[in-house]
Design a protein around this ligand. Structure first.
Ligand SMILES: NC(=O)c1ccc[n+]([C@@H]2O[C@H](COP(=O)([O-])OP(=O)(O)OC[C@H]3O[C@@H](n4cnc5c(N)ncnc54)[C@H](OP(=O)(O)O)[C@@H]3O)[C@@H](O)[C@H]2O)c1
Length: 360
């Protein structure tokens, strides 16, 4: 039975919360596993170690170091949350799992975290309904590798096939809710709106509504844990070219969210207007929200017609729906006000230094 699990991005929002979820499992087969987490700084190693987490300092660009970390710690399962759109990271990790498989003589598994909005029109996907049971790998190959997330999905599946590693692709939607890790505890979208609204004194919405797929962080981490359980129990579930899992619990409407944000922030005296206004331009939105110009439209207005099948078929049961999310909007504001202490590095490479320095 596979027992050593490595989570990349252990000081990040999703990775930190996945580590906490795995460590909290006291009654499942996961209980017997040892969980390691990769982080980038010595300070993060210290912080995670204090909480009993086996933290490994590793920059995923470093192929040799990635190989050493996997072989030395006898890693059988990697949950990769550090980067959805960097093919060289997955290549380094999958190669290491391939070597580990040869050395240890056991199956090895790679769970990748990808981007669900790529399967909507703003993400370059053809219009119409798309199910995670469709032949998505073939379609991604046909569309090509212009989108770095798509290039990374393709690299995961192809490289793993070559190395004999079993893969699963968790397609991550807009995630909300306070994380439970020992590093960053906030997601990207709603905290960015809160931060930016306070800075500008106004809540801005886009000129078009978006109804993207969404999931609470606790439901998302439950899906990762479920995949790990299935692996440990050796249950045959879709993997490789068929191993796409749309981690979508429900949809949200930005135009339903923005009035609530405006109300909540106005009540606290943090913005001057109790109603949301429309962004004067997408460029301004990109600059202030600190979202890369090429992604701002998709992040602000995309919808898509994604239909999740696989996750539900293996027994995923999300506990949050749109109504619960909207009713809890004040908690989203509170979490953003209280926990916005670790700056996000997600888009650093895609933003120019001048834009980075003007951001919140
Ligand atoms: N949050 C969402 O709503 C959402 C939605 C769809 C997809 N995703 C994707 O899911 C992934 C995780 O998202 P997140 O919200 O958890 O982001 P996050 O909080 O920024 O976490 C990413 C973590 O990965 C680490 N990392 C980045 N580059 C690395 C490298 N070269 N070597 C080692 N570690 C590295 C970061 O280290 P530092 O702590 O040093 O910065 C950070 O701790 C991202 O790729 C994101 O695009 C997220």
């Amino acid at each position: 039975m596979s027992q050593n699990i490595l989570v990349t991005g252990g000081a990040g929002y999703i990775g930190g919360s996945v580590v906490a979820e795995l460590l909290s499992r006291t009654s499942s087969s996961i209980k017997g596993a040892t969980v390691f987490a990769t982080v980038r700084s010595e300070e993060q190693v210290q912080r995670l170690s204090k909480h009993g987490i086996g933290a490994i300092q590793l920059d995923l660009h470093n192929e040799t170091a990635a190989m050493e970390a996997v072989i030395r710690n006898e890693i059988d399962i990697i949950i990769h949350t550090a980067s959805s759109a960097v093919p060289s990271h997955v290549s380094n990790l999958v190669k290491a799992l391939g070597r580990r498989r040869q050395v240890g003589g056991k199956e090895t598994y790679f769970i990748h975290s990808s981007i669900l909005t790529m399967f909507g029109e703003d993400g370059g996907w053809p219009s119409g309904e798309v199910r995670d049971t469709d032949p998505l790998f073939e379609k991604e190959k046909q569309l090509g590798t212009d989108h770095p997330g798509r290039a990374t999905d393709i690299a995961v599946v192809e490289q793993a096939k070559a190395e004999g590693v079993v893969t699963f692709l968790v397609m991550v939607p807009t995630v909300y809710g306070k994380g439970s890790g020992q590093g960053r505890r906030l997601s990207v979208n709603i905290p960015a709106y809160v931060r930016t609204s306070i800075k500008l004194g106004i809540v801005y919405k886009f000129d078009k509504d978006g109804n993207p797929p969404a999931t609470h962080i606790s439901d998302l981490t439950a899906l990762y844990a479920l995949l790990v359980e299935k692996i440990l129990q050796k249950e045959p579930i879709p993997s490789g070219e068929k191993g796409y899992y749309f981690a979508m619990a429900h949809r949200i409407s930005w135009w339903a969210i923005m009035p609530r944000l405006a109300e909540g922030l106005h009540m606290r005296g943090l913005v001057t207007e109790p109603r949301a206004q429309t962004w004067p331009s997408y460029d301004m939105a990109s600059e202030y929200l600190r979202w890369p110009p090429q992604f701002v439209r998709a992040m602000g207005t995309s919808s898509g017609q994604q239909i999740p099948i696989n996750a539900y078929q293996i027994g995923w049961q999300p506990k949050w729906d749109e109504q619960r999310f909207l009713e809890g909007m004040d908690d989203e504001i509170k979490a953003a006000l209280e926990s916005d202490t670790v700056p996000a590095t997600l888009f650093d490479k895609l933003l120019s230094p001048s834009k980075g320095s003007t951001g919140a």
